[in-house]
Design a protein around this ligand. Structure first.
Ligand SMILES: [Ca+2]
Length: 333
């Protein structure tokens, strides 16, 4: 375990004591069935666009190649980003309205199996840090990859598919995480402990048995002492899984200590001259429920690795290719 990993677990696990709110009304649906996304470009790469619409699901997923991540598309929308109710920390404020353009995001965190395809192609290196590697299989989220390596993966993905894959912006990530819910802690987690174990892979009782140095466990058992295979917990209202818990997720943005001056158009907030740190979001298997609030955020140097830090991919969609759907408008209360 690196000191950075221990710090991450300690710093963010302590957030579990933050006050939480009662669940709000169910968010509205924004994810829709797939539409053809530059199908000619996909065919030219040797891949084939496929759609997966699970029985009983309101969300359809698509992928461009057999070994690339499943995606969920969004028509874009306006929401309130950040801590609007005062239960977060200074760097989660001020809350501000953001309008995101059409985009797609990974249904799951990038898995070890998906990463292996990039390694086999010679475009990525093997992960350097894997929690309990004996248990980690191809459906577990990849960890032990730094921000620069995550960028290498999406660049390979773009070349392989012929599509504009990239990392999500922090605003896009939070838009999907909130799924139309304005208030922190209102989604289905950060509630009594058993609720946490039903909806996210957090630091639970099974984890503290394996990692007794981590003492901020939720008072329940989610049965996953380290990472869990992606999709082991219910998706959110947008059909996207594991945004809270399992692993922290790199996004494109530079770290900023507040949202003063943040973009309002959903793009990543990048500094001239480069970033000292890159943002990551969502909490991981070593954190309590409070770390998984939708507005919570953290950052690491771009060359840092952790066994609790991975990512998911995003895809730019042309506005003309997206069927407009009702988009949630989140407002602070
Ligand atoms: Ca767990």
């Amino acid at each position: 375990m690196t000191s950075a990993v221990l710090f991450r677990r300690c710093l963010l696990g302590a957030l579990g004591a933050l006050p939480m709110l009662a669940p709000a009304a169910a968010p509205v649906r924004a994810a829709t069935a797939n539409a053809p996304v530059a199908a000619a470009a996909v065919a030219a790469s040797g891949c084939k666009l496929t759609v997966n619409h699970p029985a009983g699901s309101r969300t359809a997923y698509f992928r461009h190649c057999a070994d690339t991540p499943e995606m969920v598309r969004f028509s874009g929308g306006r929401f309130m980003m950040g801590d609007a109710i005062g239960n977060g920390r200074e760097f989660e404020r001020p809350a501000h309205a953001v309008t995101v353009a059409p985009f797609a995001i990974g249904r799951y965190e990038v898995t070890r199996g998906e990463w292996a395809a990039c390694v086999a192609a010679g475009a990525c290196l093997s992960p350097s840090s894997v929690p309990n590697g004996a248990e980690a299989g191809p459906r577990h989220p990849v960890t032990g990859i730094n921000w620069n390596q995550a960028r290498q993966y999406v660049e390979w993905l773009a070349a392989r598919s012929g599509q504009p894959y990239r990392l999500p912006s922090e605003a896009e990530w939070e838009y999907v995480m909130r799924a139309g819910v304005a208030a922190d802690g209102a989604q289905t987690f950060s509630q009594p402990s058993q609720y946490t174990c039903s909806y996210a892979n957090a630091l639970d009782q099974s984890a503290t048995l394996r990692h007794p140095e981590l003492t901020w466990s939720a008072g329940c058992n989610d049965t996953f002492p380290d990472t869990a295979p992606v999709g082991s917990f219910p998706p959110n209202a947008f059909g996207v899984s594991d945004l809270q818990g399992n692993v922290w997720e790199w996004v494109e943005d530079c770290w900023h200590p507040t949202y003063e001056g943040a973009p309002t158009d959903g793009r990543a907030w990048i500094d001239d001259g480069g970033c000292r740190k890159r943002v990551n979001r969502g909490g991981g298997w070593g954190n309590g429920a409070g770390a998984m609030r939708p507005s919570n955020r953290d950052a690491d140097a771009a060359n840092n690795v952790s066994d609790a830090l991975g990512f998911r991919v995003a895809l730019t969609l042309p506005a003309t290719a997206v069927k407009r759907t009702p988009a949630p408008t989140a407002t602070p209360r």
